[in-house]
Design a protein around this ligand. Structure first.
Ligand code: CTP
Ligand code: MG
Length: 255
């Protein structure tokens, strides 16, 4: 059973597992290596992670490991951002997270898991999810309101006010994340595993721009956000404002 609350003393080492080992079936190719706004999706995600983490473990498909290691060495030589380690991922996202976790030092107190396919997540969002874990939550998770009217596949309408779309980066107390992954579970995100194991998941406002590149249409949306940023002197990093009272409190015990 994982520790439900954690306490940290002094400096806490924060590491990121950046998962980029998917095949991009819905996109039609390995989208994380595509270029958006003149820079690879993966490199944009990496920049945001590096801005707030002591180390980043990049997880890519086995056949991309050597190339990404070479690029990382070149990046370091140029004083540009580079992952601390590049490792091979697995057949599912959860397996890839575990491959990354194996390369995170034991000394890490907080581990952030981020989808490389979200190139517009800001360093501030990393800072915020880490902050709620340092304050005692097992996990810090960004969410945004659902804007569409939703029906179940059996036709029943679902009250969208009860729904939130979940994003990454997600931060975790390291020992809790390691403990839930020890049983090799499968899930589309890690917070759901932590919550199922009795951990406290703290929801924070996510970012509307933090789109996950999933389909070709998402690419157009991401390019449009980047074009707006380039055409204004002060790029907007505004997060969507969520009525906190509608999130059932900043910390939810197991629900
Ligand atoms: N991912 C991974 N290892 C896998 C599957 C997914 O590291 N075996 C990563 C993806 O590279 C992506 C993130 O997990 O950064 C979120 O997954 P998703 O958006 O579903 O990407 P893909 O699995 O590549 O896309 P699809 O599901 O359409 O095939
Ligand atoms: Mg997938």
């Amino acid at each position: 059973m994982p520790v439900v609350r954690n306490s940290f003393d002094g400096d806490v080492s924060v590491w990121c597992v950046l998962v980029a080992a998917g095949s991009g079936r819905r996109y039609g190719g390995a989208k994380q290596f595509e270029s958006v706004g003149g820079r690879r999706v993966l490199d944009r995600s990496l920049d945001a992670a590096l801005a707030h983490c002591d180390g980043v473990v990049l997880v890519v498909a086995p056949d991309a490991v050597e190339r990404e290691r070479r690029l990382a060495e070149a990046g370091l030589a140029d004083d540009a951002g580079a992952p601390t380690a590049v490792v091979a991922g697995g057949a599912t996202r959860s397996e890839s997270v575990r491959c990354g976790l194996a390369a995170v030092p034991d000394a890490a107190g907080v581990i952030v898991v981020h989808d490389a396919a979200r190139p517009l997540a800001t360093p501030e969002l990393f800072s915020q999810v880490v902050g709620v874990v340092l304050d005692g939550a097992s996990a810090g998770v960004p969410v945004i309101p659902v804007v569409d009217t939703i029906r179940r596949s059996d036709g029943a309408v679902v009250d969208r006010n009860e729904l939130r779309a979940v994003q990454t980066p997600q931060a975790f107390a390291a020992e809790i994340l390691r403990s839930v992954h020890a049983a090799s579970p499968e899930a589309t995100d890690d917070a759901s595993l932590v919550e199922a194991a009795g951990g406290t998941v703290s929801l924070i406002p996510g970012e509307v721009r933090n789109v996950k590149l999933t389909t070709q249409e998402d690419r157009l949306i991401i390019e449009a956000f980047l074009a707006v940023d380039n055409s204004t002197a002060a790029p907007s990093t505004a997060a969507v404002v969520i009525d906190e009272s509608s999130l059932a409190g900043p910390e939810r015990e197991d629900s």
